[in-house]
Structure formats: structure tokens, C-alpha cells
Design a protein around this ligand. Structure first.
Ligand SMILES: Cc1cc2nc3c(=O)[nH]c(=O)nc-3n(C[C@H](O)[C@H](O)[C@H](O)COP(=O)(O)OP(=O)(O)OC[C@H]3O[C@@H](n4cnc5c(N)ncnc54)[C@H](O)[C@@H]3O)c2cc1C
Length: 404
């Protein structure tokens, strides 16, 4: 076909993604439909404005909270959703098709609630007190691991907790902490060095620290490239006294325990990457069907159609890897390799999809109102947060037996 011929554009393309029926039960499909309707009815409308203005919307949090999305992984016994990882992934994916900021807001809270339940398994009273309101999004528990000195080597913690007569005194700083400065933010699940561990590395413990404790300062929000309508701050701890029962889990073992437990947490980020790639596909299809160039719709030119096909293929590949990993996790199968591979491949695919989607829209792909532009901005963090692509490669390589 020459560029001057009038090409045919087929409007009947399914941009919903690559189905994975083997990985999903009927209740997953019901949840997926509910999330999809919620996104269309409640989330999508002002997603562009929120992102452009960098506006965190408490009303949206309340609306998601009514769906119980924040505590999906916590057991029903203590007021959580009692759902599996695939359910959280479906929420993350659907939200990210229109609003990655809301997706990460849910993701971080879901992780923190699940980790709280894991570390405080012997503290039924604490869980019954916190989990119900945390699941509704009325009480945010942020996740305080990354420090100004670096997040990839996250165990090399310099924030310290020193024993006093009746508790602990905490000093140090945390960086890039999501959900730490919202009207719902009450606690940070903080990792701090409580002594020396093996090979000169710190022994790390976890603490539930109230954000209104004297000596805690929530720094100003970061001006971010993407996830602009999510809430991210530095936290500073200056002689913060907490009681003895702020310690969660075993003293000096929290980092290893959390790291092992949270292997699955890379998979919802992969799911968000699927959502971003799908969002890119939807917006690309809208544009290439409408946009006329040289007297014909863009989507009829083979060069454009092939790039659009690549976005669909990348979204499908990411989807299969993501739900394979989540499906295995829900069956109690090992997922160390799968979680790293899914996170690596899906997040890199989302970035390629977003690059292509913005390129295909020309100047509109540089304008913030355009959904593809928002996905481009939001995709960038996906290869960085929850372990960078390099860290995923380290994990995969080590799993292969290479001593990196
Ligand atoms: C918007 C946002 C929200 C976040 N939310 C949270 C949160 O809620 N809680 C939290 O604890 N953290 C959070 N983070 C932190 C995030 O997890 C870290 O940014 C991430 O882990 C990378 O750490 P770093 O930024 O310190 O980069 P560094 O670790 O300094 O890495 C810099 C670069 O060096 C590379 N690198 C490092 N080591 C190696 C190596 N051995 N080999 C090869 N390459 C290497 C990395 O891949 C990266 O490219 C958030 C970050 C952002 C931007």
C-alpha cells in the first residue's frame, strides 16, 4: 500500500487486553468488571486534571475505600478483604488504565496492611483496631524503607532506633514515602537499625510510628514527573520516642522477614504496567482511527498499524507474565523468579508502549491533557519503584547461580 492510497481502518479491535482465562476464576471476572465500571464512572472523568494539577483527591480515596480495595490481602478475621493476589492485581491494572496515581495509592496501602498483619501476627488486638479502618482507607499506614542514601541497597539502613527504659528513640530520615502526608495518614511502618547484624550490616527492626508523634516531620511533597496525583514526602525523625509495643515482629529480623514476605509486591506493579500499556493502546486506537493524514486515517498506514500492534502485543505479554506469577503465588508456588521477570518485562513494556503511543500522536503526545502523555509520565517510575529494573536483573541473575 502506498502512502497516498486510502487505507481501510477496522474499528473492531479489542483493547481490553490479552485474556488469561486459565488464571482467573469467575469471582475475579466479577471484581474486574466492578473495578472497570468504577474506573469509567468515578475515576476517569477528572484523571487528567488531577494529574496536571498534582492534586491528591480524598473523595476518590473514600470511594475506593467503599470497595474495600485498601485491605484486600488482609484476612477477614481482622477486618480485611480476605482476597488473593490476583484480586489486588486486577484492581491495580484497572486503576492504572486511567489513573496510575490512584493505583499506587491503593498498592502502597495494601502492601502496608498486609505487612502489618504479617509482622504483628501475634497482636490480634492491634490488628482488629487498625485493619478495618485501614482497609476502608480511613487510616493510611505508609511504608518507610527507602533512605536518602539509596533504595536499591535498602537493607543498609542508617535510621536508628535505640532502646530507652520504656521504649525506643528513633533518629534518621526516609525518602520518597507514599501516602505519608494525606488527611488519612496516621502511621509509618518504619524500618530502623537496632544494632549490628551479620557482615557489618545493620540489624533492622520494624516499628509502627504515629506520624503525629513529637519529633516526626513530614517534609514538603515532591514535585514529580508522574504519579502526580499521589502523595509522596520525605520523613524526618528527630529523637522520636515510641513505646515498646511500637516494635513489630522480631527485633533485628524485620528487613529479612519483610523482604521475603513482600516478594509478591512486585507483581501488582507489573499489573499496573499492564494497565498503563492497555491505556496506551486505548488512546492510540482512538487517535489513529480519527486522525487524518495525507487524506487517510493514520491507522491505515502499515507503519502506524504495526506500532499499534506492538503496543497490543506488549500489553498481552505483560499480562500473561503478571497473572502467571500471581496465579502461582495464590497456589503457594515459588515466585521469586516469576515476580522479578514479570516486574522487569511488564514495566519495560509499559515504557515502550508509552513512548510509541506518544510518538504516534505527534504534538498531542506532548500535551498533558492527552491520556498517552499521562501514561508516558506514569510509566517512568514503573522501572524504578519496588526495585529497579537493574535490581530485578540482579535477582534473576542470582537465581541463575551467577554471583553478582
Ligand atoms: C514516587 C515514588 C514513590 C515511592 N514510594 C516509596 C514508599 O512508599 N516507600 C519506600 O520505602 N520507598 C518508596 N520509593 C522509593 C523507591 O523504592 C526507590 O526510589 C527505588 O527503590 C530506587 O532507589 P533509589 O531511588 O535510592 O535509587 P538507587 O538505589 O540510588 O539507584 C540508582 C541507580 O543505580 C542502580 N543501581 C543500584 N545498585 C545497583 C547495582 N548493584 N547494580 C546495578 N545497578 C545498580 C539502580 O538500578 C538505579 O538505576 C518511592 C519512589 C518514588 C520515586
Amino acid at each position: 500500500m502506498t502512502q497516498t492510497a486510502r487505507p481501510h481502518v477496522d474499528a473492531g479491535v479489542d483493547t481490553d487486553g490479552y485474556p488469561v482465562p486459565w488464571a482467573l476464576e469467575p469471582e475475579h471476572h466479577d471484581w474486574q468488571r466492578a473495578m472497570r465500571d468504577f474506573c469509567a464512572d468515578v475515576v476517569a472523568g477528572e484523571a487528567a486534571e488531577r494529574s496536571i494539577e498534582g492534586r491528591f483527591d480524598p473523595e476518590l480515596v473514600r470511594a475506593v475505600g467503599k470497595l474495600g480495595a485498601f485491605g484486600l490481602l488482609a484476612p477477614e478475621r481482622v477486618g480485611g478483604g480476605g482476597a488473593d493476589l490476583r484480586t489486588l492485581c486486577l484492581a491495580a491494572e484497572e486503576l492504572a488504565t486511567v489513573d496510575s496515581s490512584l493505583a499506587v495509592t491503593v498498592h502502597v496501602q495494601a502492601i502496608s496492611v498486609a505487612l502489618l498483619v504479617h509482622l504483628a501476627a501475634d497482636r490480634e488486638d492491634l490488628l482488629r483496631e487498625l485493619v478495618p479502618s485501614a482497609s476502608r482507607g480511613e487510616t493510611f499506614i505508609s511504608f518507610g524503607l527507602t533512605e536518602p542514601s539509596g533504595g536499591s541497597d535498602a537493607g543498609n539502613i542508617t535510621t536508628s532506633a535505640r532502646r530507652t527504659g520504656d521504649g525506643w528513640v528513633i533518629n534518621g530520615a526516609k525518602q520518597f514515602i507514599t501516602n505519608s502526608g494525606t488527611p488519612f495518614s496516621r502511621y509509618v511502618l518504619l524500618f530502623a537499625a537496632t544494632g549490628e547484624g551479620r557482615k557489618g550490616r545493620p540489624a533492622v527492626s520494624a516499628f509502627l510510628v504515629p506520624l503525629d508523634a513529637p519529633g516526626v516531620t513530614v517534609g514538603p511533597p515532591y514535585a514529580k514527573l508522574g504519579w502526580r496525583a499521589s502523595d509522596t514526602h520525605p520523613l524526618y525523625f528527630d529523637d522520636v520516642h515510641v513505646s515498646g509495643d511500637a516494635l513489630l515482629g522480631t527485633e533485628g529480623r524485620a528487613y529479612r522477614e519483610a523482604l521475603q514476605f513482600l516478594t509478591w509486591a512486585r507483581i501488582p506493579i507489573a499489573a499496573m504496567s499492564v494497565g498503563v500499556a492497555r491505556g496506551c493502546l486505548t488512546d492510540t486506537m482512538r487517535f489513529v482511527k480519527d486522525r487524518q493524514s495525507f487524506g487517510a486515517p493514520l491507522g491505515g498506514y502499515q507503519a502506524v498499524a504495526f506500532q499499534t500492534a506492538d503496543i497490543a502485543a506488549m500489553a498481552g505479554m505483560a499480562r500473561v507474565m503478571t497473572y502467571d506469577a500471581a496465579w502461582k503465588y495464590d497456589r503457594g508456588l515459588p515466585i521469586e523468579h516469576e515476580a522479578a521477570v514479570a516486574k522487569l518485562m511488564a514495566s519495560e513494556a509499559a515504557n515502550k508502549a508509552a513512548y510509541t503511543a506518544t510518538q504516534l500522536q505527534g504534538g498531542y503526545g506532548f500535551i498533558q491533557e492527552t491520556a498517552a502523555t499521562r501514561h508516558y509520565q506514569d510509566a517512568r517510575i514503573l522501572t524504578i519503584g519496588e526495585g529497579t529494573s537493574e535490581v530485578q536483573r540482579l535477582l534473576i541473575a542470582r537465581g541463575l547461580g551467577l554471583s553478582v
